[in-house]
Structure formats: structure tokens, C-alpha cells
Design a protein around this ligand. Structure first.
Ligand code: ATP
Ligand code: MG
Length: 302
């Protein structure tokens, strides 16, 4: 699979690896000794970049990349789904935040499972009474539980553009009906299992996004990151109250500060947000670590 464009990130030099692509948060490298675009493995490095309101902020959150990678690895172990991680034999400079992965031919679809209604799902429901073509009962509010959880795919947007919710039929048109059915089944399975694990730890997994690809043999494999605060909405079960926006576990301080009076920033101006103050950075870092520690029961060591 070729990576045509990407976020203009300052990727580090890593011995034995050649930078291939940068997304908003992750930097991908190929083995330097193989032909570009044809390698079997990729080094997936999670940076400390953070995005909010569709902007990659200029301020980084120290250790965020390591927290996300460690959390993903923990989930990959819990879920009994074929995944892309090959080894943790990575350059010293990115130890803890990187993993060697099977290179996959990614499906150009984001697989989203929702067990609670909020965000873009809620917006669509308010317009049409349905989410990605799935009819929902009347009277639902922000945070309402959806039982059973629903699968609401979206089409991957180019850098800087919004992902767009699509119906299951549209997804089948993009990637084929059989793979679409398989991805739906796998996604709901991942969500259901993870939701139960999180619930035992006092965390509501409201929704999550996973990405799948095919390996060289055509097998469907779970890729990217899984069940991190960046790909999922985690809510504190003790504070859960449908009918209002739930405080988000991790980015709430960032969002509150950016949209509050102190930032001087207008979300709808189209301008990039300002740098984050040190206390917002520190509190956000602490929240990411808390999410990791609460879910895994482990202590985070930078
Ligand atoms: P985009 O790539 O659209 O910028 P993003 O900002 O979410 O999305 P990141 O998460 O920062 O991107 O970067 C990860 C990129 O690597 C994604 O495009 C993802 O699809 C891709 N990816 C993840 N795992 C694999 C894999 N095993 N093989 C190939 N590509 C992968
Ligand atoms: Mg991503």
C-alpha cells in the first residue's frame, strides 16, 4: 500500500528505518533495506501530538505516545482477534512508543461501534432519526445508551478533511459485501468485549473506532491503535448522566480551555488554535496516564 500524503510532521531519524508517512498522531517507517512501498513490516511510532477540533495542536503532551502504544498493546492481548503487531524490537529512541507491525492493505473505512449516542452520531440522529441509515427509537438524548450497540462506518477522509459517515450499503459498495459483513461482526465483537472490561473498572466505553486491513495472504487483520482515548470515548461511569455532554476522560481540559475565554480562540474561525498552557498540558497528561492505569491495572512507567 502506498502512502501518498500525510501530516507534515517532524519525524525523527531512526537507524534501519526510512520515514514513509505521518498521520495526525502516528509516524510510519519502512525497513530501510527494502524497496519503498513493498515492505512486509512497518514501524508504527505514536508521537506526543494531540488533536482537538480537527486540528493537530502545536503543543505536545509528554508521554502520550507511549501511553497510547502501551494501552493498544494491552488491548491487543485481551482481544482474541488477529492483529498487526509483530514485535517490540524497536530503536532505542522510540522504545515504549513504537511497535513493529505487519504492513496491511488498509480498508479505506473506519469501523465504528457505538453503544451510546453522542458526537456525530447524535448530530445525525437529530437530523434524521437514524445514524448511518440505522433507525433509532424516538426521544434519545446526548449520552443515551444504545442496546444493542450499532455499527456506523465512516469513509476515511484525506488529511485535513472530515471523515464522513456512510451507510452499511455504501461501505459494501466500497470494499465488497463479504468483507463489510466481516468487519461489522469483528468491530461489534471488539466493542462488546472491551465495553465489558471497561465497565468492570468504572469506565463507560461509549464508542470506538477500529481499522482493519488485509495481510499479504488476504487475511483480515486488526491494525492501527485500539481502544485508546484517541480512538474511543471513555466516560467516568460515576459521573454518567444522559441528557448532557459527558465529560471526556482525557481531552476535556484541552477542549474546555480552547473553547473557554482564556484561549482567545474561536472554534469556527478556521484558524489554528493557540499553544496550550503548562497546567492544561500537565492535567491532560495525567488523564491519559489515569486512563491507562485504570483500564490495565498497571502502573505507567515513562
Ligand atoms: P490519517 O492517516 O488519515 O492521517 P490519522 O491521522 O488517524 O489518519 P494516524 O493514526 O496518525 O493517522 O496514523 C496512522 C496511519 O497508519 C493511519 O493512516 C492508519 O490507517 C495507518 N496504519 C495503521 N496500521 C497500519 C498497518 N499495519 N499497515 C498499514 N497502515 C497502517
Ligand atoms: Mg489514527
Amino acid at each position: 500500500t502506498g502512502f501518498s500524503q500525510g501530516f507534515d510532521a517532524q519525524a525523527v531519524e531512526l537507524p534501519g528505518w526510512r520515514h514513509a508517512y505521518s498521520g495526525k498522531v502516528r509516524d510510519l517507517y519502512e525497513p530501510a533495506d527494502a524497496a519503498p512501498g513493498e515492505t512486509e513490516t512497518l514501524l508504527v511510532v505514536a508521537s506526543d501530538r494531540i488533536s482537538a477540533y480537527d486540528f493537530v495542536l502545536e503543543t505536545e503532551i509528554p508521554d502520550k505516545g507511549a501511553v497510547l502504544t502501551q494501552l493498544s498493546l494491552w488491548w491487543f492481548e485481551q482481544l482474541q482477534v488477529p492483529h498487526h503487531v509483530v514485535s517490540l524490537d524497536v530503536p532505542e529512541a522510540v522504545a515504549g512508543r513504537a511497535m513493529v507491525c505487519q504492513r496491511l492493505d488498509m480498508y479505506e473505512v473506519e469501523c465504528i461501534a457505538r453503544g451510546y449516542l453522542t458526537g456525530s452520531g447524535l448530530a445525525e440522529y437529530r437530523e434524521s432519526g437514524s445514524v448511518t441509515g440505522i433507525e433509532l427509537p424516538a426521544g434519545l438524548v446526548d449520552g443515551s445508551k444504545l442496546d444493542p450497540a450499532i455499527f456506523t462506518p465512516s469513509a476515511k477522509a484525506k488529511v485535513g478533511e472530515h471523515d464522513e459517515n456512510i451507510t452499511f450499503g455504501q461501505m459494501a459498495g466500497l470494499i465488497g459485501r463479504e468483507p463489510a459483513e466481516r468487519l461489522r461482526e469483528l468491530t461489534l465483537d471488539v466493542y462488546t468485549r472491551a465495553e465489558a472490561i471497561a465497565r468492570e473498572r468504572g469506565i463507560i466505553l461509549a464508542d470506538t473506532k477500529v481499522e482493519f486491513g488485509q495481510d499479504a495472504t488476504g487475511r483480515i487483520v486488526l491494525g492501527d491503535e485500539v481502544l485508546t482515548p484517541d480512538s474511543s470515548r471513555f466516560w467516568d461511569a460515576a459521573q454518567y448522566e444522559p441528557g448532557r455532554a459527558q465529560p471526556s476522560f482525557d481531552k476535556q481540559f484541552v477542549r474546555d480551555w480552547l473553547t473557554g475565554p482564556d484561549s482567545g480562540w474561536d472554534r469556527h474561525s478556521g484558524e489554528a488554535p493557540p499553544a496550550l498552557p503548562a497546567d492544561v498540558v500537565a492535567k491532560t497528561r495525567a488523564r491519559y496516564i489515569e486512563a491507562y492505569e485504570t483500564l490495565t491495572g498497571r502502573t505507567f512507567t515513562p
